[in-house]
Ligand binder design. Structure first.
Ligand code: ADP
Ligand code: MG
Length: 703
């Protein structure tokens, strides 16, 4: 069969892990590095030089020729600028490679071409990347050879964050500080840190490379802008967890190998609900590493897919009428002495610390539901949120039967006397083992679900970085912890104060709890009655960033300054307009140069056939009807095309970023839909051989 894969040997092969540092660094330098990783602070200049040298030696032994500061600008993807290790020549002309501590720690990419939302005028182009020592350096193998990638944060000359990592690291600090106050209050004297654990589940589609190359929409926008549904969609529910096709299996095998080499603890793979859709989940890690690894996962998926002659689509909605893709952000808080603050144990009613943490989280999510919604907003995700297969745009929390019951007891009486148990699973087959069921079933329709020992935030889009969602989550929870600790640290009787506060939080914020069907219309009405926000689009969500409440929250905890929030909002508007503009132009191109000419040719042939049949003396009426149907749709399409072009021309005259974004949402998008409808109907009428590009059926079932 296939070659044997040794996971243990492969794992982390391309990562400059702490164990490699232990082997390669002098003891005192190694200790200094570990100390900085665990407790923060800075490496001394001398040690940085030693680390850089060891890193370079290792990387070159592994075949690296270049290094890069790897960072996550506000484009949402990663950026890198490669420098080689080539140094100066010695007197004999022999080249000496070099890589200094300074080069390791600080980089200065020409920052003017990255989005800054007005933070930095282009004449003030200085931006710095700085090493995130807590996320290990790794080697990337690509067409460019082997490159040493150093995970970095990216800031402007004046220290404003120009990336997604900086605020994430700040938010991890904030929640660490506040959570420590809480665990201290509950008597923990040994923990020195509270870490954020994150496990992202990543959904994606695979389609045949050659077919995808015949579609401009997939090439330029990552999603299909035209396409009628095939006779079979996902209604048979036969793809989810179905047997993995051979070609996809080979891709997954290679993907796993590549990810393990990069130290990504990739664990689970399966087919998803839609045809051509799959999912991958790694084991959870510290938030910033998980976020970096998720970027690596996305990049590697694309690269490995290409090797297998497929295109990996990470767009949130590559196909209309078929499920879109998301990313589940599994999130929890764990102390460095091993306590998961979200682990209820077998009897949650007795676990006061857990219940208290839960109450604080409910309060945080209710108070800042708008910000949480914003953190998952993204142009592509607008097709999902609120559509029928995805969590709605309304934030609510699913607790499950057992916890909901405990919460109800707390609200009613201030104490929880019992916890419902799962009971035995009975299958009715005597040879199958009986086992204890979970006390709580799952709810796949909830955007924010408690799943045993973590929360699962399911709104994030498949192509988005995980940084924003976790930054917001960490910060809102830090605030709730801080407000609680301020009260509890002063309380005379801690136990009474805890119970009072818990009862107060749960009572005040119970409206955020919803265990029913989040996809139903009834919930939309019920949520409105409860006063929960339902923010429909990315650009409306952008405004939540600069409310008084948001500015206070983020600046109180040192996560974003007001200026940083304003700049991020500006970038959202710009990015929205640019994305829809590209989509609209692509549609215009495909309609004018491919669909309309193909339909004209088909109609022309049909017209000749109609004449020929009539001349032969037969009844041509059916053919004539068909011809009229085609030409009617063609007329509609031509008109819609002209309208869309008109909209685009108007958009070109708008200079204000916010107005332009709204114009694209309110005018251009509907014009795009109006163009798509007749085109999709024509696809059903025109001879398959004449259709100018591969159809949904070709892409989803014959890939
Ligand atoms: P589920 O079936 O509930 O989705 P899985 O065990 O498949 O759970 O886990 C889904 C993701 O959640 C994985 O990435 C997993 O590592 C992650 N996860 C599990 N426990 C935690 C935790 N305590 N904190 C954060 N993520 C976690
Ligand atoms: Mg899950």
């Amino acid at each position: 069969m296939s070659d044997k894969i040794d996971v243990e040997e492969l794992f982390g092969q391309n990562v400059f892990t702490t164990s490699k540092m232990r082997e390669r660094l002098p003891k005192n330098v190694y200790k200094e590095v570990i100390n900085v990783i665990e407790r923060g602070g800075e490496l001394s200049k001398e040690s940085a030089n030693v680390v850089a040298h060891a890193m370079k030696e290792w990387a070159m032994e592994m075949g690296a020729t270049h290094y890069t500061h790897w960072f996550q600008p506000l484009t949402g993807i990663t950026a890198e600028k490669h420098d080689s290790f080539v140094g100066s020549a010695d007197p004999d002309g022999k080249m000496i490679t070099s890589f200094s501590g300074k080069e390791l720690i600080k980089g200065e990419p020409d920052a003017s071409s990255f989005p800054s939302g007005g933070l930095r005028a282009t004449f003030e182009a200085r931006g710095y990347t700085t090493w995130d020592i807590t996320s290990p350096a790794f080697l990337k193998e690509s067409g460019a050879g082997v490159t040493l990638c150093i995970p970095t944060a990216f800031c402007s000359y004046t220290g404003e964050a120009l990336d997604k990592k900086t605020p994430l690291l700040r938010s991890m600090e904030a929640v660490n500080r506040q959570a420590l106050r809480i665990v201290r209050l509950f008597g923990n004297t040994t923990a020195t840190r509270v870490n954020v654990s994150v496990g992202p589940e990543q959904e994606y589609f695979l389609v045949d490379w050659d077919k995808s190359m015949k579609r401009e929409d997939l090439i330029f926008t990552g999603r299909t802008l035209f396409g009628a549904m095939p006779p079979k969609g996902q209604e048979m529910e036969d793809h989810y967890f179905g047997v993995i096709r051979e070609r996809v299996g080979e891709f997954m095998k290679d993907l796993n190998t590549e990810l393990w080499k990069l130290g990504v603890p990739d664990k689970t793979q399966h087919n998803e609900v839609a045809p051509g859709q799959h999912e991958l989940a790694p084991i959870y890690e510290t938030a910033n590493i998980a976020v970096d690894h998720n970027q690596i996962i996305m990049e590697t998926m694309k690269r490995v897919a290409e090797h297998h002659h497929m295109r990996c689509l990470l767009h949130e909605k590559p196909f209309a009428g078929v499920n879109g893709s998301g990313k589940h952000d599994n999130w929890s808080l764990c102390t460095d002495d091993g306590v998961n603050l979200l682990d209820p144990g077998d009897t949650p009613n007795k676990n006061v610390q857990f219940l208290f943490v839960l109450s604080c989280i409910l309060k945080a999510v209710d108070t800042h539901a708008d910000l949480l919604r914003q953190s998952a907003a993204d142009v592509g995700n607008d097709h999902r949120l609120g559509a029928n297969e995805a969590p709605p745009a309304i934030i609510s929390v699913f607790l499950g039967e057992q916890l909901e019951d405990v919460v109800r007891q707390l609200i009613e009486t201030g104490v929880a006397k019992s916890s419902k148990r799962g009971g035995k699973l009975k299958t009715g087959v005597s040879t199958l083992p009986q086992f204890e069921k979970d006390a709580t079933d799952r709810n796949r329709t909830s955007p924010f679900a408690f799943t045993g020992n973590k929360f699962e935030f399911r709104m994030v889009g498949s192509s988005d970085s995980m940084a924003s969602s976790n930054t917001t989550l960490n910060t809102i929870v830090a605030e709730a912890f801080c407000e609680a600790a301020d009260i509890l640290e002063k309380a005379d009787d801690f136990d009474i104060a805890v119970h009072d506060l818990m009862k107060e939080y749960l009572t005040d914020h119970q409206r955020i709890i919803f265990n029913g069907d989040g996809y139903s219309d009834a919930w939309v009405k019920e949520a409105a009655r409860r006063g929960l926000p339902n923010i429909k689009s990315t650009i409306e969500a952008a405004d939540t960033l600069t409310t008084k409440k948001a500015i206070k929250l983020f600046s109180d905890f040192g996560v974003y300054t007001k200026t940083e929030l304003e700049s991020r909002k500006e970038i959202i508007f710009e990015n929205y307009a640019k994305t829809i503009n590209i989509e609209a132009l692509t549609m215009i191109d495909m309609a004018s140069k491919q669909i309309i000419p193909a339909v004209m040719k088909y109609a022309g042939r049909l017209a000749m056939d109609v004449n020929a049949v009539r001349d032969a003396g037969a009844d041509e009426s059916a053919m004539f009807d068909l011809l009229s149907e085609v030409t009617d749709e063609l007329n509609r399409m031509k008109k819609a095309l002209d309208d869309l072009k008109g909209c685009e021309a108007k958009a070109g005259k708008i200079t204000d970023a916010r107005k332009l974004a709204y114009f694209y949402k309110d005018k251009v998008r509907p014009a795009m839909d109006a163009l798509r409808s007749p085109a999709d109907r024509l696809e059903m009428l025109v001879d398959r051989k004449d259709w100018p590009f591969p159809t949904y059926a070709d892409l989803l079932f014959e890939g």
